[in-house]
Design a protein around this ligand. Structure first.
Ligand code: CTP
Length: 287
């Protein structure tokens, strides 16, 4: 073959499951052809089964995967993403606007570079990335437990999650009734700063953080970089409409461990994820 070949099969489930088709898929795979899908879902005959063409996103991802040099083969990368939820009572909670898109893009990118990727995700409305081990954590405390137990097996931690900084002091098992009250006070207490805790003993690991700021971006990000002993920090101004929550773009400043500051133009979260992973590849190469 002169160029890599990717096949995205789409057919009725009976045809797909037929031994001859399966043998031919095995034969093509052994000759170096790549496959994406098919997916399970409603088929032309209305049956819900395997045979649907993969989504365009999955096909594009498979193409990018094939075309990316596997510079992270053998490396284990842990990524966190999304918000956390801190419950007040059985119906109410505190959370934030994080969509998880940035962390999920980083997980996909690391996987494309050949890493074994584990994603710890808060509650989000997007699908887990293909080929990535995804675990879910609802609260900041759960996220801390997951990161703490998974980190020893990883070479890199990228904390893209927007963990809650505060949780309720006392969860109410009963729904808090409004009764005749005009005001209500909910006492909050600090959650664990996961990055700060785990970077106390870095043990040669590369640890990367984010900084969501609404002012004094560089100054605040530098403070976080130092306090959390990061290899680099990716800071964004959340008041910039091109860098806010839920959208597909970001505008960032990246500060390295030598406090070198680089401002970037607006780019897609996918492009930023790739940039972050390329920096990780470089750092691992320097170790
Ligand atoms: N982070 C963390 N544990 C927390 C809160 C945040 O590990 N409990 C991580 C985030 O994942 C991010 C970095 O710390 O990588 C910075 O998060 P950010 O919300 O920007 O700042 P904070 O450190 O929480 O400080 P502040 O809210 O005062 O800006």
């Amino acid at each position: 073959m002169k160029a890599p070949a990717l096949i995205a099969p789409s057919m009725n489930c009976n045809m797909y499951n037929n031994l001859v088709v399966q043998d031919n898929i095995d034969k093509l795979t052994s000759r170096g052809c790549h496959f994406v899908g098919p997916q399970t879902g409603e088929l032309a005959c209305k049956r819900d089964d395997i045979g649907r063409l993969s989504s365009i996103d999955d096909i594009v991802e498979a193409i990018s995967d094939i075309l990316t040099a596997k510079a992270l083969t053998g490396k284990n990368v842990l990524v966190t993403a999304g918000p956390t939820i801190e419950e007040i009572d059985p119906v109410r909670f505190i959370s934030n606007h994080s969509s998880g898109k940035m962390g999920y893009a980083i997980a996909r990118s690391a996987k494309r570079y050949g890493a074994n990727v584990t994603l710890v995700s808060g509650p989000v409305a997007i699908n887990p990335p293909q080929g990535v081990t995804t675990a879910y954590a609802k609260t900041a405390d759960e996220m801390y437990s997951s990161v703490k137990s998974l980190l020893p097996d990883n070479d890199v931690l990228i904390m893209a999650a927007a963990c809650a900084d505060f949780t309720v002091e006392a969860y109410s098992k009963e729904k808090i009734k409004k009764g005749g009250k005009l005001n209500i006070t909910v006492n909050l207490k600090k959650t664990v700063d996961i990055l700060k805790e785990v970077s106390k003993d870095k043990d040669g690991k590369i640890i990367i953080g984010f900084a969501a700021e609404s002012g004094n971006l560089t100054e605040n990000a530098l403070k976080k970089l130092r306090e959390k002993r990061l290899d680099f920090i990716v800071a964004n101004d959340i008041t910039d409409p091109r860098a806010g929550f839920g959208i597909d773009t970001n505008v960032v400043t990246i500060i390295g461990s030598h406090e070198d500051v680089v401002h970037y133009d607006v780019m897609t979260k996918d492009a930023l994820a790739e940039k972050i992973i390329q920096k990780v590849v470089k750092l691992l190469g320097e170790k």
